[in-house]
Design a protein around this ligand. Structure first.
Ligand code: FAD
Length: 410
């Protein structure tokens, strides 16, 4: 049996930041990570030699208050500004490109929907995004798909209050060498016990007892940074059970689906395509593409909500075929061979995450601050889902980890 003052559970953005804060405050801690690596939902894979691809987090949001941006600057890494906003791309609809300038119409519709969402909840109860917006407009299907892409749940499942609470003031930036790889650099110097899943937490006595894959640990306090997917599936058993107010918060903030796909081709295949485009067929709805980011010879496809969930339930090959159909709609079937390399994310099936990131159910936006509340001044909660204004992000997870560490030592 091991004894320590503070145990941090999970070495993703929140857990690593909590550990760095405890190091700064010269506090003893153990950081336990269930998997064989650090970084959690920030993870860079290698699509082909010298071609990194982020399976998880990719964009550095709110660079001025994002510790990963400060690190990227210190390391002089190659970064690219966000050109992803749909209103800046081209649109291919039922067999032809829409005229240039159409994107401005979508932009105007998009802005109007956010105004409608503000009005919908002004002085009223929360609503679903679907109930707040104009669904008859010709651009509505684009809004539905692109909203789900960024928020992991479809408009009928997502809370307006939650959507409006997210603070997004600066342009996003991407790192050519991968945000997951940068997260590994961020974690350097932090001692982590890998392959050390916490199975249960007994808080019935005067000391906390954790049963882990590496044996029993006794501690005074614990900072839990595991995803809400892990909490909801009872990946950690609590004794006694968590109180109902905490269970309600967990239930109100489910992780939705968000699939990232890359298809690599010979240089000649992608050169006719714009940098950002969306292909819309009446049968399957709009799918968004980013072409040759950083000059890499692949297209990146990102899907969210039910379509992403279905993609993950079918196999990788079905996802690749689905995306190929869209590309062949645009370029013709002869011009698009099977990709030389491909990769497809699968976060729902990751046993240490169980989903992509949180999206509040209609009526549950206020549960984020409740999820963040400690139990008994001994069990602290951090992680993206606990942030009311920067959920679903790396910087929100980092800030929550730092705050939980500070609270745990006072
Ligand atoms: C596909 C995708 C795209 C995204 N895109 C972006 C983006 O562009 N920009 C952005 O800012 N954010 C993005 N995000 C969100 C961002 O990745 C998350 O908000 C952030 O990484 C969450 O960090 P966390 O520390 O809260 O949780 P996690 O990263 O989930 O870390 C929790 C850790 O706990 C570990 N763990 C789980 N169970 C146990 C256990 N029982 N015992 C011990 N350890 C355990 C896990 O293995 C994991 O390492 C994206 C996420 C996904 C999935």
């Amino acid at each position: 049996m091991t004894c320590t003052e503070i145990v941090i559970v999970g070495a993703g953005a929140a857990g690593l930041t909590a550990a760095k804060e405890l190091q700064r405050l010269k506090q003893d801690f153990l950081l336990l990570e269930a998997s064989h690596r650090i970084g959690g939902r920030a993870y860079t894979e290698v699509l082909a030699p010298n071609m990194p691809f982020d399976l998880g987090a990719h964009w550095i949001m709110e660079p001025s208050r994002n510790p990963l941006m400060h690190l990227a600057e210190r390391e002089l890494l190659c970064v690219e500004k966000d050109g992803k906003h749909y209103t800046a791309g081209r649109y291919f609809e039922d067999g032809e490109w829409l005229p240039e300038g159409s994107e401005r119409e979508l932009g105007a519709y998009w802005d109007n929907q956010f105004e409608a969402m503000v009005l919908a909840v002004k002085g009223h109860q929360d609503a679903s995004v679907f109930d707040a917006i104009d669904n008859d407009d010709r651009w509505a299907t684009y809004f539905h798909a692109l909203y789900a892409k960024d928020n992991t749940r479809d408009v009928d499942q997502a809370s307006v209050k939650d959507a409006l609470a997210f603070v997004h003031e600066e342009d996003d930036l991407a790192v050519a060498s991968g945000l997951g790889a940068l997260m590994v650099r961020y974690g350097e110097g932090v001692p982590v016990m890998l392959n050390s899943a916490v199975r249960s937490l007994d808080y019935s006595g005067s000391r906390l007892k954790l049963n882990t894959a590496k044996g029993h640990i006794h501690a005074d306090k614990v900072i839990l940074t595991v995803s809400n997917g892990v909490l909801a599936s009872q990946g950690i058993k609590f004794k006694p059970d968590l109180p109902n107010w905490k269970l309600d918060a967990i239930e109100g903030l489910p992780l939705g689906s968000h699939t990232r796909v890359a298809l690599m081709f010979d240089k000649t295949v992608l050169r006719e395509l714009p940098a950002h485009f969306t292909v819309n067929t009446s049968r399957e709805g709009p799918i968004h593409f980013r072409n040759q980011p950083f000059g890499y010879d692949y297209v990146e496809i990102v899907m969210g909500g039910r379509v992403a969930e279905w993609m993950e339930k079918s196999d990788q090959r079905a996802t690749v075929e689905f995306v190929l159909t869209k590309l062949r709609d645009v370029l013709g079937s002869k011009a698009v061979p099977y990709p030389t390399h491909h990769i497809v994310s699968a976060w729902n099936g990751d046993e240490w995450v169980k989903g992509a990131y949180s999206s509040a159910q209609p009526g549950a936006a206020d549960q984020r601050s409740i999820l963040a509340q400690p139990i008994d001044s001994r069990i602290y909660f951090a992680g993206e889902a606990t942030s009311s204004t920067a959920y679903a992000s790396i910087h929100g997870a980092c800030i929550s980890g730092r705050d939980a560490a500070r609270a745990a030592v006072t």
